[in-house]
Design a protein around this ligand. Structure first.
Ligand code: MG
Length: 314
């Protein structure tokens, strides 16, 4: 009996300890799990505002972070223009050698992942020069042209003369590499006056892979619209330059009129494509070296981005 009593005392002691532990832990267990926080509980008074702020703080951790897409802003554009001839490292940190950092910069530029930029970073001037003067640039251009031609051949044509292809001119049909060779391959800030002098010489050579694509698209019976940021004042020299380099028989050459001068390329080119659509054309393809040639409204069924790490046009 005595042993039973001692055993009973021990059970009683254990139950008492468990009860005490349960009471101590009760407030913590009563607190809501983060997932149970009401996301939109309205504040009732000052004390509720405090708890509401705490709930919002918790929400920041339990709700998925929103995908933040930063659109090019005036501030970013201004910052880009202040880069000048470069001087800033394209990728922070010394973990990667300059060649790797510059390859990352160039890929980001081509993928339109960079904020508006005014010049190639000084650190990457040699990298860009090596790329645009070497086989890689020509190979990249050739690949874009080959894919574009394959798409054009496979595209279902309406047979009514309303299928169209839009080509940009500079760094798409004609190359300004001779000019940029004298101006740091994009490491110098763009100089309108000097570039206009170059344009007026009418000596820009054809990008040979683009000339081949141009002829193939034209021979398929697709209408060709040349849509360029060059101004009407350069129409004559542009026509001569294109003809001299083997580009013939386009259907329309569209240049910036005075009313277009202050528009971004994206706006100006979107408006012109809209006019094409209003005239009944179906824009099957669009070839350009700038995203502003391709994005916006009235976009083509397929867009083809040619490489250009030398400059950025918004
Ligand atoms: Mg261009």
């Amino acid at each position: 009996m005595a042993r039973h009593r001692r055993g009973g005392d021990l059970v009683h002691l254990l139950l008492t300890l468990l009860l005490a532990a349960a009471l101590l832990l009760a407030p913590a267990a009563a607190e809501p799990e983060p997932a149970e926080v009401a996301p939109t509980a309205p504040a009732q008074d000052a004390s509720d505002e405090v708890s509401d702020a705490a709930a919002q703080h918790q929400q920041q951790h339990i709700l998925p972070r929103p995908l933040v897409i930063e659109l090019p802003s005036a501030a970013a554009a201004a910052a880009a223009s202040e880069i000048g001839g470069g001087g800033e490292s394209p990728v922070s940190g010394d973990e990667f050698p300059p060649e790797v950092r510059c390859a990352s910069w160039r890929l980001a530029a081509e993928a339109n992942n960079l904020a508006p930029w005014g010049a190639v970073p000084a650190e990457c001037a040699a990298h860009v020069r090596g790329y645009v003067t070497g086989a890689a640039y020509r190979s990249d251009l050739e690949l874009v042209a080959t894919e574009s031609a394959a798409y054009a051949r496979a595209a279902p044509l309406g047979g009514d003369g309303r299928d169209a292809w839009v080509f940009d001119v500079d760094e798409t049909l004609l190359s300004n590499l001779p000019y940029y060779a004298d101006h740091g391959f994009g490491a110098e800030l763009f100089d309108h006056r000097k570039f206009d002098e170059w344009v007026e010489r009418g000596e820009a050579p054809a990008i040979t892979s683009s000339l081949k694509l141009y002829k193939e698209v034209r021979d398929l019976g697709i209408k060709i619209f040349l849509l360029t940021g060059r101004t009407e004042g350069h129409r004559g020299v542009t026509v001569d330059n294109l003809n001299n380099q083997g580009f013939h028989d386009w259907d329309k050459l569209i240049l910036r009129a005075a009313a277009d001068r202050k528009k971004t390329a994206t706006t100006y080119k979107s408006e012109k494509r809209k006019e094409m659509e209003a005239e009944g054309y179906r824009i099957l393809g669009n070839s350009g070296d700038q995203w502003s040639d391709l994005l916006g409204s009235s976009m083509s069924a397929r867009s083809f981005k040619l490489p250009n790490p030398m400059y950025y046009i918004p």
